[in-house]
Design a protein around this ligand. Structure first.
Ligand SMILES: Nc1ncnc2c1ncn2[C@@H]1O[C@H](COP(=O)(O)OP(=O)(O)OP(=O)(O)O)[C@@H](O)[C@H]1O
Ligand SMILES: [Mg+2]
Length: 175
């Protein structure tokens, strides 16, 4: 077979397939030397009106700083009191004035029936801010996010962060 045709016959790499389904409209690469930079990014995001009906996915290994980012974002939005990690409950709901916030952690999400039984479908159909740690464990259930944050921890306190906007609202949140 001629080389060009051979190339056409090769399976597509996974990230190309992802682009086909959820095109990335814009990407930002950030560096957080310490947690205060995570807090500052969260505070800027909290000021965006589009956040009030957005879905953010948080990727990264255990201890990357996903919950830490959510805590800073919730504080910046005005959530008072102790902010629990949802690990055991999958969903931890919060309220900031009129804004409903649903903080998911799908790390222990194993049964897809739980999606319907727990009313998660209704949450995604209604207005409000949705945040999801370990969204890959609920793949197939979740809609495309507005923003996808991927946190890569270093041995020190620094974090490399990739932020992808997958919708026009996500692009607006990055602006
Ligand atoms: N630059 C930084 N940004 C965010 N968190 C940081 C940073 N530097 C240090 N940390 C610390 O890293 C830890 C991250 O823990 P956190 O619970 O947020 O991780 P996680 O990604 O939610 O993990 P899990 O997958 O277990 O839910 C916290 O103790 C936080 O204080
Ligand atoms: Mg966490």
């Amino acid at each position: 077979m001629r080389p060009l045709l051979q190339l056409l016959n090769q399976p597509l790499p996974v990230d190309v397939m992802t682009l086909v389904h959820d095109p990335i409209l814009e990407t930002r690469l950030l560096h957080w030397p310490d947690e205060s930079h995570c807090a500052a990014f969260a505070a800027r995001l909290a000021e965006k009106p589009g956040l009030h009906d957005a879905f953010l996915e948080l990727h990264g290994p255990l201890g990357a700083g996903k919950t830490t980012f959510v805590r800073h974002l919730l504080r910046a939005l005005g959530v008072a009191g102790r902010i629990k990690s949802p690990s055991y409950a999958v969903l931890e709901p919060h309220q900031a004035g009129a804004l409903s916030i649903s903080h998911f952690d799908f790390y222990r999400f194993a049964d897809p029936r739980e999606w319907a039984d727990a009313g998660f479908r209704e949450i995604f159909a209604a207005p409000g801010l949705k945040l999801a740690e370990w969204p890959e464990k609920a793949a197939g259930q979740l809609p495309a996010p507005d923003l996808r944050l991927t946190l890569a921890p270093a041995v020190d306190e620094s974090r490399s962060v990739r932020v992808d906007a997958l919708t026009p609202r996500g692009v607006e949140l990055l602006g």
